[in-house]
Design a protein around this ligand. Structure first.
Ligand SMILES: Cc1ncc(COP(=O)(O)O)c(C=O)c1O
Length: 367
């Protein structure tokens, strides 16, 4: 019997190109205030821009596939061996790669609900099954329930901290619990795309805790958020062993992190002053945003990231449409047990002022 191509698992998948895949209501128009994709509202640092500009003249040559320069700065600061590090064109690529190296048809993974959807997409491509576990009332991964959901078919437990879209962050007890309770032969994958924001808020050192784990683990991080490099596509991961990292190296396409991105990532990683300025400003504007929308009747979750998600006092369709008419893009979402929510990116001072003004005008008119 002939088997169709694309194969059934792929043919059955909905086609949701990014950003629609990640952000169902994204309607990107140049000039709009994009508070819907958790982007940094500031450009990369001048040092990072210079490094990328200098790298441009070399783009006739393939990049260093091993990302040695980036591997060196990361390994030095993180205290992990170079062999534990792996790279991709954004951390989303690494989430997809995880399924390639770990999931066979019929395998199960545990994922929080709601969370960033790319790992689940990879699981579906591999013919696996995602078992969703609702986040707790604070929007934080419910680690006890996640461990309880493990079955003999479980291959990966995916945790996301701070979690997108809720912004809630695991504390050190939670991470220790996961580390000690997830069986050694199950991969504990922690998505730390918002790691720097969590660390700024005094969050637990996940890498430190997982380093004590006897079983499999991997952490994924990105240069897209705290380093303002979303458009360049640079992500990295840290694996429990060189052997696990080698799995990621094997499935990766050739040269997938480009020459300009590598140069920018190295410079951005070294420029901690610029990163810290952004993190400080983000925390300040995030407070303004949370307090501002709370005064308008929203109930915000505590966020340790560069966005705030809040339960809305009324259905979100009208709000999103009105903001859209005013060229402000935000993300509407909901999940079981929670009413309609908006996720709003922490823009700069002017962005937040504009958003709050437009929102206030709209809500006062619909009271
Ligand atoms: C939790 C989380 N993980 C991963 C990503 C992917 O980021 P990137 O592929 O740009 O590294 C995102 C992007 O929004 C995210 O929110």
């Amino acid at each position: 019997m002939t088997r169709p191509i694309p194969k059934k698992t792929i043919a059955d998948l909905p086609f949701l190109p990014p950003p629609v895949m990640a952000e169902p209501n994204a309607m990107l128009i140049d000039g709009d205030l994009r508070l819907n994709l958790n982007e940094a509202p500031i450009p990369p640092s001048q040092k990072t821009i210079s490094a990328m500009t200098n790298a441009l003249v070399e783009v006739g040559k393939y990049p260093d596939h091993s990302c040695d320069a980036l591997q060196t700065v990361l390994s030095d600061r993180l205290g992990v061996s170079k062999e534990q590090l792996f790279f991709g064109g954004g951390s989303a690529e690494l989430l997809l790669a995880t399924s390639l190296i770990a999931i066979d048809p019929g395998d199960e993974v545990i994922v929080p609900v709601p969370t960033f959807p790319t790992f689940g997409k990879g699981v579906a491509i591999s013919g696996g099954r995602a078992i969703g576990v609702p986040v707790n009332e604070f929007g934080i991964n419910d680690v006890k329930a996640m461990v309880t959901a493990i079955t003999p078919n479980t291959r990966v437990v995916y945790a996301c901290t701070p979690n997108n879209p809720t912004g809630g962050m695991l504390n050190s007890d939670d991470i220790v619990y996961l580390s000690q309770s997830v069986p050694d032969d199950i991969l504990l994958l922690v998505d730390e795309a918002y790691h720097e924001f969590g660390a700024y808020d005094g969050g637990a050192d996940c890498l430190d805790i997982l380093s004590e784990r006897t079983g499999l683990w991997a952490i994924t991080r990105t240069f897209s958020k705290a380093y303002s490099m979303a458009g360049m596509r640079a992500g990295y991961g840290i694996a429990s062993s060189a052997q696990l990292a080698m799995g990621y190296h094997k499935v990766r396409g050739n040269f997938t992190i480009n020459r300009v991105a590598i140069a920018g990532a190295v410079a951005a990683y070294k420029d901690t002053d610029h990163r810290d300025l952004y993190l400080t400003e983000n925390a300040h504007q995030r407070n303004r945003l949370s307090q501002g929308i709370e005064k308008l009747g929203f109930t915000p979750f505590t966020s340790s990231a560069n966005f705030v998600t809040a339960q809305s006092p009324q259905p979100t369709e009208g709000i999103v449409a009105h903001l859209g008419e005013n060229h402000i893009l935000v993300q509407a979402l909901t999940w079981p047990g929670v009413g309609p929510c908006l996720r709003i990116g922490v823009g700069n001072n002017d962005n937040i002022t504009t958003l709050l003004t437009v929102l206030k005008n709209y809500l006062s008119g619909t009271e």
